[in-house]
Design a protein around this ligand. Structure first.
Ligand SMILES: [Zn+2]
Length: 512
């Protein structure tokens, strides 16, 4: 099944004639305290425009950049995490172009010699495991932000009212707070074939960035920007077709849909005898389609040359070894370990590893003294915990103490409380942080699981209800349900219902 990429519309036979060739470029804002080549703070969220700038990131004449060491280390760590070769020596290049958000008129980047090259990333898709080949990961600096506004509008971006209709004075504002922030660009080989593979790659890379702490990689606020180069070619042909570049995909879902749309659009262009134009296209979420933004620049338009203000960057073997040794357990290794060491399903392992909150709750509950099986903890974390986190609008459940979760699971496995009541206890613990034992006592949830106590209650019920017992012995098995109900009533609902059922049937079936 080629799920995911094929848009609806019965174009199956057409799609099979063509194969999509997709390469992905991802820019990640690195989680450094200061910018790439100056000491300006990166805490720009909610800051006044142009309050986090200095002569270096404003590109004023006569200033010199200095290299941010932790940005370099984040790219080295990413390189090791994707099994790439981390360069012993690299240098900086100037990428020249004019745009108002780029005050220097060039961006310092790595063109000839990326810091990391020839890596790969493997993940699951609906068609099974897939490996994306990664060509390079390199460092560069971010640009400023342009804001286009209408001076006569009551709010920027909204049309002016009737009186000044058509006379809106347009103005562009510039905020250089983002100028010079450290960016990592990661470029794949064009070995991706479907929108789903592209989305899964971006999701796995985001998880990797968060795991190694290189970036928060939130797509919504631009910390992670995904662009796709998409072309199609007849199946069996080596040469690539003309590609388009797709931008403005602001969610993982948009990545998959925009690429699927672009494959379908190009197929229709070729099938109707037209030619695909090399261009940059944007994804429009409301119409679920791509639109023409601008013609695509060729790389040589940028007139790259070595940056004269920075020396080449060398990484010693000791430094590289240190960065590699510092890597935490990576998502793929952790998923495998959860399956082999703890016997979890691939699905449970993936759900746990995808969410750092779930991962740490699972690990901590496992490490607590209760000695509860991993599978049961995984069920609670991927089930009730995930449900509560979701229902609380994504507020991370900081109030779940791992030891309390383990204690709760132990109460259920010991038969001290019912599974249904346990869910209520868990929800209350999640909301208030109150200890599980206190909630169980306060609500009177503790079950009677003492077999001696249960048997004497059963004996009383059997003696008091000879008619029902006779019915049961005459083959009316649902009479047992009535008798279980009587035992539950006699114990004010606190008997362990499963134990009562089992003991009652044993008592009734016993020959007299
Ligand atoms: Zn600065």
């Amino acid at each position: 099944m080629s799920a995911g990429a094929a848009p609806a519309g019965g174009k199956g036979s057409t799609l099979e004639k063509y194969e999509a060739v997709i390469g992905i470029e991802i820019h990640c804002q690195l989680k450094t305290a200061s910018k790439m080549f100056c000491g300006c703070s990166t805490e720009i969220d909610g800051a006044e425009p142009n309050s986090h700038c200095c002569p270096v990131c404003l590109g004023l004449p006569g200033v010199l950049p200095t290299i941010n060491k932790s940005a370099v280390e984040f790219v080295m760590a990413t390189g090791f995490a994707i099994e790439a070769t981390v360069a012993e020596s690299t240098r900086w290049d100037r990428k020249n172009y004019f745009y108002p958000d780029l005050p220097k008129g060039y961006q310092i980047s790595q063109y000839q010699l990326p810091l990391a090259a020839n890596g790969k990333l493997t993940f699951d898709t609906s068609d099974g495991p897939f490996t994306v080949l990664i060509r390079r990961a390199h460092l560069e600096e971010d640009t400023g932000r342009l804001i286009h506004a209408d001076l006569d509008a009551e709010e920027p971006g909204t049309p002016a009212d009737g009186s000044s209709k058509g006379a809106g004075r347009r103005v562009s504002l510039i905020d250089y707070n983002r100028s010079g922030m450290a960016l990592m660009e990661i470029v794949t080989e064009p070995n991706i074939r479907t929108g789903e593979q592209a989305r899964r790659y971006a999701e796995e890379l985001r998880l990797l960035m968060r795991t190694i702490g290189a970036s928060d990689a939130e797509m919504e606020n631009g910390q992670m920007r995904v662009e796709a180069n998409v072309s199609i070619r007849p199946v069996g042909r080596e040469a690539f077709g003309t590609r388009t570049e797709v931008k403005n995909m602001n969610s993982m879902k948009a990545v998959e849909r925009a690429i699927a749309f672009e494959i379908q659009r190009q197929t229709e262009v070729l099938e109707s005898g037209g030619t695909v134009t090399m261009e940059t296209r944007g994804w429009d979420e409301p119409s679920q389609s791509t639109y023409h933004m601008r013609p695509k620049e060729e790389e040589n338009d940028y007139r790259y040359f070595p940056e004269p203000d920075l020396p080449p960057l060398r990484t010693t073997p000791e430094w590289r070894a240190q960065i590699k040794a510092r890597l935490p357990e990576l998502p793929a290794a952790r998923r495998t370990r959860y399956q082999t060491q703890h016997g979890l399903s691939a699905y449970d392992a993936a759900v746990l590893v995808n969410d750092p909150g779930a991962t740490s709750l699972f690990e901590a509950a496992l490490a607590s003294a209760a000695g509860v099986p991993a599978k049961l903890i995984a069920n609670w974390v991927t089930g009730e915990y995930a449900r509560l986190v979701k229902s609380a609008e994504g507020v991370s459940g900081g109030k779940v103490a791992a030891a309390e979760l383990a204690a709760l699971i132990k109460l259920v496995t010991d038969g001290a409380i019912s599974g249904t009541n346990a869910k209520e206890v868990f929800a209350e613990h999640y909301a208030s942080g109150t200890a599980v034992a206190s909630i169980v006592e306060a609500r009177g949830f503790r079950q009677i699981s003492d077999s001696g106590v249960l048997e004497s209650a059963i004996e009383e019920v059997v003696t008091a209800n000879p008619a029902a017992v006779a019915d049961y012995k005459a083959g009316k098995t649902n009479a047992a349900g009535f008798l279980v109900g009587q035992v539950m009533k006699a114990t004010r609902g606190q008997a362990n219902a499963a134990m009562v059922q089992e003991a009652l049937r044993a008592r009734l079936d016993r020959a007299e």
